[in-house]
Design a binder for this molecule. Structure first.
Ligand code: ADP
Ligand code: MG
Length: 732
């Protein structure tokens, strides 16, 4: 069996790795006792090469230096005991096919009954009277002492018995046909052969060059990080319990170094290949735009725009992530960035995750930019529209941009692009992912803006970027990215944070309630509607699923909501409503022809109707925290300010409905009652549900870490970033 291409090996990142490192990449059959058959079993555990075996992380450890006496076992408390079989047999039950295999163990202090439902054919031959076993499990009764489905391990006198008893031993993840004992033996042999004498020399398990005292140093009072060779030994055979965590940290650090190296290499390659189009602009559009905007930019917006302008005028294309809580005013920043680009004579494109949001952006940008004579075009899956052709194209390339230094990477056609470039004014394209597939080729695409980045995968982002000649890239997200993820998943982007919201943004009061209170809640909503406000009612599903009748679906509940809110009007919105109808419903809602929007999380991103001040979310436990926060960001939005208008938001209420019984779900939702701080919420979400939930599955797939923890290991990730940078700066 050949070892498949193996990309996530930390040793790949080890600059100047010693030749011995290649031994670790030998097929696992290089370990004594692994033949074709066992190699197949190991492959099921993704163990192909020696290094995989060495990094096969134990799922738990047993301290076998001192066993509990069977007599000392306590109810429901996991423990390991050691005993000889004094009786064993199969019990069959008359009804059905159920059978029970039972063994009685004795250690001289008491008897222990171990039982397995569904006796397997091999059991009677394995558990024979007189054999001695180690038994691990939680007693489910004490009279007599009983453990159901314990983990067991045969005690076999032999040369290598010291691996299995009288020490802290690893229990590895297993697969059928491989026992804990065999696995432990194989790992031991691999350690002996390939990591030999780890405490004296690391000859066979090379260190990377920049592992020095500074990196090894831990917070005061804790021991320094072990060498890589020591760590790989300790993760399997720790001297004491705390060794395990030290070893884990060391091996996690290596994973992060590998990851950071890849990120930094990608960025270096990108910078070497890509020269930036000069898109910083000259203010001739920006000035009148800001003057007509009706509000003053916040300090946060101004700060970010300064960063963006520096990037747009820089030598390498911008790769920037703009992170700002819902309502912080990212759209205005996007507009300014687009204008800088358009001023410079290049086109810009803005991609939004839903048609509704694309539509809304199109409307806003047309309204804002039309008076300036800028052409805005929309492309979604169902529509292609453009605002009026500007009668007097007043876009003059501010710099003779022909000079842009991309000629070395640009194929022919550059000349053609110059010509079209002069012939027609620069355009802002707005759309959904349809922009990706549309035939439009944008030789003079200067800037790509992606709104609500977390809804797109990295691949989609790259596709749009590749449409042009390395345009600048600005991705925007309202999901605050905890720093660990900022350094890993988004490590190839520069990050700008907008930590301030426009003054008009209102506080949202959030309440967690159960379904029993729904009549009251609807009465409350009716009350708000009669004061002239509007409301959202959100459900997790479009349709009821047979498998989960407890989760409410928007199509089924729509009529109930209509009835509950009558005489006010309600509209229905979800992903399976035809786009044209979606648009009509949104238009009606904006115009207050309907007062309640009954919807799925489709409205999660971007929708901006300031008159809507109440949101009801049913089955709230079925949403992620970050998503709920994003959803409720639809309310508490500032009103347009102007003569006679304050620009402040209406008093806003978000009511979460959940009957979830389990404490964890309740505690999770209560976080939203307590805080409006998106960053705290995102961190909590990350801790509770892991990165997949926070970022969407497509982005978390890349994060296969054996030892690293994207929630807890910020310190290690920061160190890894440094190490990777030093390694890359001075390659061997
Ligand atoms: P998000 O960051 O969630 O995309 P938006 O860009 O939709 O937020 O902005 C939310 C609202 O705040 C919009 O109505 C927008 O016009 C308004 N807004 C943006 N910037 C300011 C500002 N500096 N002062 C007042 N209102 C602003
Ligand atoms: Mg937005």
């Amino acid at each position: 069996m050949s070892a498949p291409e193996h990309q996530h090996s930390p040793s790949a990142a080890i600059a100047g790795a010693a030749p011995a490192a290649s031994a670790l990449r030998a097929p696992v059959t290089a370990v004594w006792g692994v033949g074709e058959e066992r190699a197949k079993l190991l492959a099921r555990l993704n163990i192909f090469i020696v290094e995989d075996l060495l990094l096969h992380r134990p799922r738990r450890y047993e301290d076998r230096r001192k066993f509990l006496a069977i007599r000392e076992l306590r109810l429901k408390e996991a423990a390991t005991v050691r005993g000889k079989i004094i009786a064993a047999g199969v019990k069959r039950f008359r009804k059905g096919t159920r059978s029970l295999f039972e063994c009685i163990f004795d250690d001289g202090t008491a008897h222990l009954y171990c039982r397995w439902w569904q006796a397997q054919a091999w059991m009677p031959d394995w558990f024979t009277v007189g054999r001695e076993f180690l038994i691990y499990g939680k007693p489910d009764a004490l009279k007599p002492r009983t453990i159901t489905h314990p983990e067991t391990e045969l005690v076999e006198p032999g040369d290598d018995e010291f691996i299995h008893v009288n020490r802290i031993v690893p229990i590895h993840p297993l697969t059928e046909g491989l026992t804990a004992r065999v696995m432990r033996t194989l790992v031991w042999r691999a350690l002996e052969k390939f990591v030999a004498a780890p405490r004296q020399s690391a000859a066979n398990f090379p260190e990377w060059r920049f592992f020095d005292e500074r990196i090894a140093a831990r917070p005061r009072g804790t021991p320094t990080l072990p060498s890589r060779a020591e760590a790989v030994y300790q993760i399997h055979f720790p001297g004491e319990q705390p060794d395990v965590e030290e070893a884990r940290q060391r091996l996690a650090l290596d994973e992060f170094v590998e990851m950071q190296t890849q990120i930094q290499l990608r960025r270096k390659k990108f910078e070497a290949a890509a020269k930036a189009l000069p898109c910083a602009g000259d203010n001739h559009l920006l000035k009148p735009f800001l003057a007509a905007l009706g509000f003053k930019l916040t300090d946060a917006q101004t700060k970010v725009l300064r960063e963006i302008r520096a990037d747009l005028g820089g030598a390498h294309p911008m790769r920037r992530l703009l992170q700002g809580d819902v309502g912080s005013g990212k759209t205005a920043v996007a507009a300014c960035a687009a204008l800088m680009t358009l001023e410079s004579g290049f086109n810009a494109a803005l991609m939004a995750p839903t048609e509704i949001l694309a539509e809304q952006h199109f409307r806003n940008f047309s309204k804002w930019l039309q008076p300036l004579g800028v052409r805005v075009e929309m492309q979604t899956g169902t529509r292609k529209t453009s605002n009026i052709q500007p009668s007097t194209p007043n876009i003059q390339p501010s710099t003779p941009n022909i000079q842009h230094p991309t000629s070395n990477i640009q194929p022919s056609g550059n000349d053609a692009s110059r010509i079209t470039h002069h012939a027609s004014p620069a355009t802002l394209y707005v759309g959904t992912h349809a922009l990706l597939n549309s035939g439009f080729d944008l030789p003079s695409l200067g800037l790509v803006i992606i709104d609500e980045q977390h809804k797109f995968g990295v691949a989609q982002r790259e596709t749009l970027v590749r449409k042009g000649n390395y345009p600048h890239l600005l991705v925007m997200t309202a999901t605050p990215i905890p720093r660990t993820l900022g350094l890993t998943l988004y490590g190839d982007l520069d990050v700008s944070v907008m930590d301030e919201s426009p003054a008009g943004r209102g506080e949202i009061k959030t309440f967690l309630r159960t379904t029993e209170t729904l009549p009251k809640v609807f009465a409350f909503i009716r009350d708000r509607l009669s004061q002239g406000r509007q409301a959202y009612v959100v459900y997790p599903r479009v349709e009821v699923a047979d498998t989960d009748l407890d989760i409410k679906a928007v199509t089924k509940e729509f009529e109930n909501v209509q009835r509950a809110l009558s005489p006010f009007k309600a509209g229905l919105l979800h992903g399976r409503v035809r786009p044209a109808d979606q648009e009509r419903v949104m238009a009606d809602f904006r115009a207050n022809k309907i007062q309640a929007l009954v919807a799925t999380s489709l409205i999660e991103v971007g929708v901006d109707v300031p008159n809507a001040s109440v949101m009801l979310i049913e089955n709230a436990e079925h949403f992620g925290l970050a998503q709920l926060h994003q959803l409720r960001g639809r309310i508490g939005r500032p009103l347009p300010s102007g003569p006679g208008a304050t620009g402040r938001a209406h008093e806003s209420f978000c009511i979460l409905i959940s009957n979830a019984q389990n404490e964890e779900a309740q505690a999770r939702l209560k976080i939203l009652e307590r805080t409006n701080d998106g960053f705290k919420i995102a961190e909590a979400d990350l801790k509770l549900r892991g990165p997949g939930e926070l970022l969407g599955q497509q982005q978390s797939g890349a994060m296969k870490l054996r030892f690293g923890d994207l929630v807890e290991d910020l310190h290690l990730i920061q160190q890894a970033k440094e190490v990777a940078a030093r390694n890359l700066q001075s390659p061997v």
